[in-house]
Design a binder for this molecule. Structure first.
Ligand SMILES: NC(=O)CCC(=O)C(=O)O
Length: 295
């Protein structure tokens, strides 16, 4: 594995995926997320992942109301202040799901990663906005309120090199390939798939990203809320291993998954099936794909 031991200390560790219930009460959501993180850490998790949009309802009307100015510091961002504080006090790494972020006159769907000192290590703004129209089933346009991020995010942490995507980002295999090429061990996708595409695509996409790139994939969804009349999330937060195997998953209710990540499995699978060496870059490359797509 590329330069692995140079920057992270844990080859094997427990990951916690907190599939949280989310309400319209932001203060409650923050306190609730904190309790779930503490519970996961108590059970031994060294890395905790939260869902997409965990401090606010997932709705275009809510994003501007719940948005926080992350760059302006802890006073203007109670959600990230909590994440930073809890990461520092528990000495864990947190992939902080996502929250609506305000920056100037723009809004983003943003994931913050905190290290064991509580420092903000990375900020990923969702690159591919979720604009979908399946008549009679689901219509949603994130682009009505949100702006797309411009930067892929790979971050070195105590628990390995992590590539970050948010929900719809998982549909774009080139992003995962780029992360793998940059030496990521684990891809984390906080995500809130829906009741139409979720049953068919959610697990399929995770397993595809994992097996194609021979690395770990972790996803974390909000728990399903079918009563409030808002967006209904599919749930099913999951950890997939580098052989495409589902290592841990759950249904749609609130739950915390604790599961084991072991990077030696990546080495094993890459030895079993040396895809990176066998790839015929002389016959095809991402540059060719981009060129053909734009013709
Ligand atoms: N929040 C999202 O990006 C949802 C993505 C989704 O449901 C899909 O089908 O893709």
């Amino acid at each position: 594995m590329q330069n692995s031991k140079q920057f992270y200390s844990l080859l094997q560790f427990k990951i916690g995926l907190c599939q949280l219930s989310v309400t319209a009460d932001k203060e409650r959501n923050i306190a609730h997320a904190r309790l779930a993180i503490e519970e996961a850490a108590e059970k031994g998790a060294k890395l905790v992942v939260l869902p997409e949009i965990w401090n606010s309802p997932y709705a275009n009307e809510s994003f501007p109301v719940y948005a926080e100015d992350i760059d302006a510091g802890v006073d203007s961002s109670p959600s990230t202040a909590m994440l930073s504080e809890v990461a520092r006090s528990l000495k864990i790494t947190i992939v902080g799901g996502s929250i609506p972020e305000r920056c100037g006159d723009k809004l983003y769907n943003t994931c913050c990663v905190f290290d064991t000192d509580g420092k903000l290590k990375a900020k990923h703004r969702k690159i591919h906005l979720f604009d979908i129209n399946i008549p009679g089933k689901i219509t949603f346009e994130e682009s009505k309120t949100l702006t797309a991020g411009e930067t892929p995010t790979v971050v070195d942490t105590d628990v390995g090199r992590i590539g970050i995507g948010i929900c719809y980002d998982i549909r774009f295999q080139e992003l995962a390939m780029l992360y793998a090429a940059r030496g990521a061990h684990l891809l984390c996708y906080p995500g809130a798939f829906n009741m139409t595409t979720g049953p068919l695509h959610w697990e399929l996409l995770q397993r595809a990203r994992a097996v194609d790139n021979q690395l770990y994939v972790a996803t974390c969804s909000p728990a399903r809320d079918a009563e409030s009349g808002g967006y209904v999330a599919w749930g099913h937060s999951t950890l997939v291993g580098p052989f495409g195997e589902v290592l841990a998953t759950t249904e749609h209710d609130e739950a915390t998954i604790i599961a084991e990540v072991d990077y030696s499995q990546m080495e094993l699978r890459r030895t079993n099936l040396p895809l990176q060496k066998q790839r015929r870059g002389d016959l095809y490359s991402l540059v060719d794909v981009q060129r053909l797509n734009s013709q």
